[in-house]
Design a protein. Structure first.
Lengths: 339, 261
């Protein structure tokens, strides 16, 4: 493999039902930074059916070139359809870096491509850097439940591929009317290439929680003692203009849906204010929220690890504190300062 | 039905401690367990065995010799056979080399209708080995499986998405990677434990697989660990004790003073 023949940074522009997945904009922000540092172009690869309308957004958020593969066979995501098209196009255009969102789709797709084209893949990266000497990609990720961070390199193979955890990288400011190039790919795909059939895509009826976009998250853990505790947290979240999160312990107890889970196996968040109520602070949870701008923790146990990352730690009964906080926020009728 | 289950012995990461000086893992005294998602994978296989006569369940693991303990546990839960892939040459493998090694072993076993794996292992959390084995065996994969129905030579499964699920259909053979929502793994039985410890688990090394040493272990791994370190602890803030009313007021003042609210 002649490494110097590989050029440009690519982002997999995941879309579902014609909507670009939010992590893609974060990847474009990060990819832009990496491409500028190396001095190469940022490209997006977009697959689907009737997706032409999405290319402007990808360009506005930083892409110089958008490669599109438009086919009825690519309408819904399938591992084999997407893996074939992307593997072929990587072999043809030879990018040096390919980034995927660490979503349930990205984490299904990227390993299959990596095995097919014979390259390494670093999962769930939280930091990407360019080595100033040889311009290689240094990929940092948590391991052992967030107890350890590892920086991974791929010295001998290209492209260097990473899945990137949603909610970690910064998206760029969109540049309206920015110019970019669109390259339409020939799709060489037949029915027989795809051995799975998507019969149905079911959206859960439950309210969608957008933890990654929230400015304020009020999270509850085992210390709530019951599912009813989350109703109280919801009131505080409403008063603060935020959403409700949860620790794994609370989710595992069946008190609240998994979509609310913050932490290593849930969502990584960095809101302006994170209020941890009755959460002891297992390392897996801390890994998912410790980059919040301001952390307020309420816990009965003054030795709880959550206090180790909290800006303000309140030792005591959360059921005494939360009504007072709700009253304070409601009375003041203040929302978060808009930037 | 011939079912293969890929399983891994992992340290219980909830108990892992870090040496604050060296920045390395302290493994001593940390129990090793069957990786949680793999327990769901095994349970899925055993449930099929409960319902479809003539089903055999074989568990395959790659790891050090002590991973036999975990395989004994799988046998005691109800698996029929177990194979351990263990060789110094396999050491230091990343997911690329691991999937290459395991796929070679599965090919040697040969006959399979469903290959189950856990979605991911709690030590590495990569979720890559399942899909990569499927790629090497050229079979379809369905990951994040939360429900399985078998209809003759066809499976209909629910694949979990962040905001719902997909219903996906595939012909056998297929690789399915399982999540905890799929089922509740059964316990070992006393009889099962007795039988498991009476049986000898075969160990396959490099010489037993149709692979040469350039295709396994650290050498065959495209990813290398450049460095590892413990996450920087965030500076500790203030911890207050006192009456909730007073402290809430104090917090409120602070937040205002700092223009946070």
């Amino acid at each position: 493999m002649e490494l110097k023949n590989y050029k440009n940074v690519w982002v997999f522009a995941e879309q579902r039902a014609g909507v670009i997945t939010p992590v893609v904009l974060e990847l474009l922000g990060e990819g832009r930074r990496l491409a500028d540092e190396i001095g190469v172009k940022l490209c997006a690869i977009l697959l689907g059916e009737n997706i032409a309308s999405l290319t402007d957004t990808l360009i506005e958020y930083g892409a110089d070139i958008v490669y599109t593969a438009d086919s009825p066979l690519l309408k819904n995501y399938t591992t084999e359809g997407y893996a074939k098209v992307i593997s072929d196009v990587i072999n043809e255009y030879m990018p040096e870096i390919v980034l995927y969102g660490a979503t349930n789709i990205g984490r299904d797709l990227a390993p299959r491509i990596a095995a097919r084209i014979g390259v390494g893949l670093t999962a769930d990266c939280t930091k990407l850097e360019i080595d100033p000497e040889d311009k290689k990609l240094m990929q940092t990720r948590p391991a052992f439940g967030g107890n350890l961070m590892a920086t991974i390199i791929c010295p001998d193979t290209r492209p260097q591929m990473s899945t990137v955890r949603p909610g970690v990288m910064q998206k760029s400011q969109p540049e309206k009317g920015k110019n970019g190039q669109i390259v339409k790919l020939q799709v060489a795909l037949a029915d027989k290439d795809i051995r799975t059939i998507v019969r149905e895509i079911v959206k859960s009826k439950k309210e969608l929680v957008s933890l990654t976009d929230a400015d304020v998250i009020v999270s509850g853990g085992r210390g709530l003692g019951s599912p009813e505790g989350f109703e109280l947290l919801k009131k505080l979240a409403d008063a603060m203009g935020g959403v409700v999160g949860a620790s794994r312990a609370a989710v595992d107890s069946g008190w609240i849906d998994h979509s609310h889970q913050v932490g290593q196996t849930g969502t990584t968040v960095k809101p302006k204010i994170y209020v941890a109520c009755g959460i002891s602070g297992a390392i897996q949870h801390l890994a998912g929220m410790q980059n919040s701008d301001l952390i307020i923790a309420i816990n009965k146990n003054e030795r709880a690890p959550i206090f180790g990352v909290a800006d303000y730690g309140l030792v005591g009964d959360l059921y005494e504190y939360i009504p007072l906080l709700i009253a304070a926020f409601e009375e003041d009728a203040l929302c978060l300062k808009q930037e | 039905m011939k079912i293969l289950v890929c399983a891994k012995q992992v340290p219980n990461t909830n108990e892992v401690k870090i040496d604050p000086v060296k920045g390395t893992l302290i493994r001593e005294g940390v129990e090793s367990i069957l990786n949680p998602d793999d327990a769901n994978a095994l349970e899925a296989a055993l449930t099929i065995k409960d319902h479809i006569e003539g089903t055999t369940v074989t568990v395959i693991s790659m790891g050090p010799p002590q991973a036999k303990e975990m395989l004994n546990e799988c046998l005691a839960m109800g698996a029929d056979n177990a194979v351990l892939l263990s060789d110094r040459a396999f050491g230091g493998a990343d997911t690329w080399a691991t999937s290459n090694t395991i796929a070679a072993a599965l090919r040697k076993i040969g006959d399979y209708d469903i290959i189950f794996a856990g979605r991911q292992a709690i030590d590495g959390d990569t979720a890559q080995v399942g899909p990569q084995i499927a790629e090497r065996l050229d079979i379809p994969q369905i990951t994040y499986v939360q429900d399985i129905k078998i209809d003759g030579r066809k499976v209909v499964v629910q694949r979990q998405l962040e905001d719902g699920y997909e219903v996906i259909e595939a012909q056998l053979p297929v690789m399915l990677t399982c999540i905890k929502e799929l089922n509740n793994p059964r316990y070992m039985t006393v009889e099962g434990i007795y039988d498991a410890y009476a049986s000898e688990i075969p160990v396959w090394g490099l010489a037993d697989l149709p692979l040469d040493e350039t295709k396994v272990g650290l050498k065959a791994s495209p990813t290398k660990v450049f460095r590892s370190f413990t996450p920087a602890p965030k500076g500790k803030g203030v911890v207050w004790k006192g009456s909730p009313k007073e402290l809430t007021g104090k917090l409120w003042e602070e937040l205002k003073e700092k223009h946070i609210i």
